[in-house]
Design a binder for this molecule. Structure first.
Ligand code: AHR
Length: 508
């Protein structure tokens, strides 16, 4: 039995955990947009204006705060004008990144904005830097957000939407070091400044512009970008206002560093399980590493860090299109998600947004669809159980002792992770036991406020390979949990092997 002991000061407020750390990402890739969201008005699947109702309801149930679209790599070959106007007149294109399929542009700007309205989520639009122009991006911003008698607002009105939308989040390209143009950091820094300049704030719509940051732990890229805004001169608030306000990075978890053999989503052994967890824990050093670089240029954290692609990336399910990135989702994926959220919470001062890749039918999805049927994944349940952390105050856990570690060929990693937040008279404690075989106990001395144990939930399964299917959609599902108790001022939680739990506390 392993354990972790810690102290939490409930009367000491850490940073607010932005709800946008629970953000999502939907790309024109495989069956994410088409089938996953968009089925068309004539579909036999119940839909609202062509968007399937079951998926929307499932995502509303986990309080989806934002949705990033249209890519990913796709964003840098997407020309938005082809996706507006009468659907039957929209030109098609080849989706060269994902399956080389022909994209008919039937899901475009209006459909995306409608989707966001149905979800109650804020749109995060990724603009095209790699193959687009400054004017094209500027026009898109105008089309979406400007009212009155301007060229793009007139066009939008002709297409059936007289009123402008609000678009808070705007991406300046994607992975510009790779699929988004194969640029150097210096090249991109100049372009980001140029493109961002022409992404105007129209009619009170305040854009939060997000520059395409580094891959994984490429701290030099972050440094180049931070330098590029620190040399502009003028008061810091104005500088950031004129250019971009945040930079993003991407980090995916695999069971190996060999891209050709990322590992099976379901058919993994103990060795791959440990390799996965070693890789998942790297998110901790990566977030801290980028934050350290940013702190040197921006100690007050006025520039945000965004992790707008994260999650597990396995080999595609046998027999499916390799370009569609369709993978199953097991209890192991849920544990990876639980761990990431603890890291995100702990870094909420600098980390303002995160978007799991991708929402439906692609990579570490919340929802898998099969025709008219829909399955909620174990990862979905972690988002649901953790929803109470959104916009809550983080309370750091000071670990006083822990013997929970796994040592192996792939390296050593802590097998227990936890985080605590409070909001409106209640607190939420999340606990992840990564130990493959053994139970664990977490003891948290909760100080500064009186509290009582409230509802507790457990996500556990007999094996980490357990997953949900259309035939057995409830194989991995949260259940009421009696493993949490109060002993004096200490919350004691007994966790089964490879499990995730949440405990609500009522604060006096
Ligand atoms: O999420 C799949 C792809 O991963 C995205 O299109 C790209 O940005 C990243 O490499």
């Amino acid at each position: 039995m392993t354990s972790l002991n810690g102290v939490v000061d409930l009367d000491v407020a850490g940073p607010t955990i932005s709800r946008h750390l629970y953000g999502h990402f939907a790309e024109h890739l495989g069956r994410c947009i088409y089938e996953g969201f968009w089925v068309g008005e004539d579909s036999g699947i119940q839909n609202s204006a062509g968007i399937r109702d079951d998926v929307v309801q499932a995502l509303k149930d986990i309080s989806i705060p934002n949705l990033r679209w249209p890519g990913g790599c796709f964003a840098d070959e997407y020309h938005w004008m082809n996706g507006v106007g009468p659907r039957e007149e929209r030109p098609s294109m080849v989706n060269t990144h994902w399956g080389d399929v022909v994209e008919d542009n039937s899901f475009g700007t209006h459909e995306f904005m409608r989707l966001c309205e149905l979800l109650g989520a804020q749109p995060y639009v990724s603009g095209n830097v790699g193959s687009g122009t400054v004017a094209e991006m500027a026009d898109w911003v105008e089309y979406l957000t400007r009212s009155g008698d301007a060229p793009m607002s007139r066009l939008r009105a002709e297409h059936g939407h007289a009123e402008p939308w609000k678009v808070p989040f705007w991406g300046i390209g994607n992975e510009s070091w790779g699929c988004g143009g194969n640029m150097t950091a210096e090249q991109y820094a100049q372009l980001a400044s140029q493109f961002a300049t022409y992404c105007r704030n129209h009619d009170g719509n305040e854009l939060y512009r997000i520059a395409a940051g580094p891959n994984r732990d490429d701290y030099a890229w972050t440094e180049t970008l931070m330098k590029s805004i620190s040399t502009l001169g003028g008061p810091v608030e104005e500088r950031h206002h004129q250019r971009w306000q945040a930079l993003s990075f991407h980090y995916y978890t695999h069971a190996s560093d060999d891209w050709k053999h990322k590992g099976s989503a379901t058919g993994f052994d103990a060795d791959e399980y440990h390799a996965t967890m070693v890789n998942a824990w790297r998110i901790d050093e990566i977030v801290r590493g980028h934050s350290r670089v940013m702190d040197a240029y921006d100690p007050d954290a006025t520039v945000g860090l965004v992790c707008d692609e994260w999650g597990t990336w396995w080999d595609v399910e046998p027999g499916t299109n390799p370009g569609f990135l369709f993978q199953q989702n097991t209890m192991r994926d849920a544990l990876v998600a639980g761990l990431h959220f603890d890291v995100f919470h702990a870094n909420a001062r600098r980390l303002v947004m995160a978007n799991i890749a991708q929402t439906v039918n692609v990579l570490q999805a919340m929802v898998l669809t099969d025709g008219a049927q829909m399955v909620l994944t174990p990862t979905y349940h972690v988002f649901a159980m953790n929803a109470g952390h959104q916009d809550a105050t983080h309370h750091p856990v000071q670990v006083t002792s822990a013997d929970a570690r796994s040592e192996g060929d792939h390296g050593s990693y802590p097998t227990l992770s936890t985080s605590v937040s409070s909001r409106d008279g209640s607190a939420l404690v999340s606990l992840t036991n990564l130990d493959l075989d053994g139970p664990a106990t977490v003891r948290l001395d909760l100080r500064g406020r009186d509290w009582q144990v409230g509802a507790a939930r457990l996500l556990a399964a007999p094996t980490p390979q357990a997953h949900n299917t259309v035939e057995d959609p409830g194989a991995v599902a949260p259940a009421a949990f009696d493993g949490a108790r109060r002993e004096g001022s200490t919350l004691v939680v007994d966790l089964p092997a490879h499990s995730f739990a949440t405990v609500e506390l009522t604060l006096a």
